[in-house]
Design a protein around this ligand. Structure first.
Ligand SMILES: [Fe+2]
Ligand SMILES: [Fe+2]
Length: 290
């Protein structure tokens, strides 16, 4: 069975967000910015669900490598929640409806917790983690564009989150493969979970985008000439829609032999390290990593 082959690094991240940057932090890319803000509001409830669904299997994992990866996965997701909560606090000044998104996310995921067996909850986490891995991959296509234009704290947040989603993209899947299986019924369940996540996720995210946009307290200022997007590299609406669901990567999930690392994009981790050297690595964690 294939396993993750990149390090899942425990980083300590302490980003501060400036309320003055909450609107227009990605100049000229209003729809991309609103979409990312909406999913930022959904992350805390989603990440709690991923952690819970994997934690349920923690005591059954005897493979020391996978056990360690699960531990690091939980650390990374908990750190994402902590930093996104800080970011969301600032975003709420412009998008007060963000609290509704948190409630919607929690409501839907609590229904999953109540009505679905643990194995299906894990299959749902696998499907959402596939989406976050695809989204991370898409973001790296535009990393330099974003670094050049966006407010630095938001760039750091999204680039760091994307790199860690890449590092741990196979953890839920490997736990699922070990403890639910690779047979026909396990395959069927993960496919059904993916279809459910795609259907409900589209509705939930679209609702989130509409809600926060409608409730926005300040309108964005017109784009100044100095931030006019460069041609060819601009992540415009069409390319966003295309890159949000790169069909090849999405369809890949339906192969019975699929594994997240069939798509080896570890070079993006190296690219990120070059752009943000030493990010989140503090001496105490270096000791802990050994
Ligand atoms: Fe995350
Ligand atoms: Fe994740």
């Amino acid at each position: 069975m294939k396993k993750s082959f990149v390090d899942i690094v425990k980083r300590r991240v302490d980003l501060k967000f400036d309320a003055g940057h909450a609107l227009g932090w990605l100049p000229g890319e209003g729809i991309v910015e609103i979409f990312l803000n909406a999913i930022s509001f959904y992350f805390p409830s989603g990440e709690k669900f991923f952690i819970d669904s994997v934690s349920h299997y923690k005591h059954k994992i005897h493979d020391p490598v996978l056990k360690d990866q699960v531990h690091r996965f939980i650390y990374q997701e908990a750190m994402h929640t902590s930093v996104h909560n800080r970011c969301n606090k600032v975003l709420l000044e412009i998008y007060p409806n963000g609290t509704k998104l948190d409630r919607i996310g929690t409501f839907v995921l609590n229904k999953f917790r109540f009505f679905l067996p643990r194995s299906f909850q894990l299959a749902i986490s696998c499907a959402i983690e596939h989406y976050t891995a695809i989204l991370a991959d898409s973001l790296f296509h535009y990393l330099d564009y974003i670094i050049e234009r966006a407010q630095p704290e938001f760039t750091k947040l999204w680039a760091w989150h994307a790199v860690e989603e890449t590092e741990h993209k196979a953890v839920c899947f490997d736990v699922y493969s070990h403890h639910v299986g690779r047979g026909f019924f396990a395959y069927l369940m993960r496919v059904i979970a993916m279809l459910l996540v795609t259907f409900l996720g589209t509705i939930v995210v679209a609702t989130g985008v509409i809600l926060i946009k409608r409730g926005r307290t300040v309108s964005p200022a017109p784009l100044s000439h100095s931030v006019e997007p460069a041609p060819n590299v601009k992540p415009n609406t069409v390319s966003l829609v295309k890159s949000l669901i790169p069909w090849r990567l999405w369809l890949d999930y339906f192969r019975p032999s699929f594994h997240p690392w069939d798509h080896d994009n570890s070079h993006y981790i190296e690219l990120w390290k070059q752009r943000f050297p030493g990010f989140g690595i503090v001496s105490s964690l270096r000791v802990d990593e050994k």
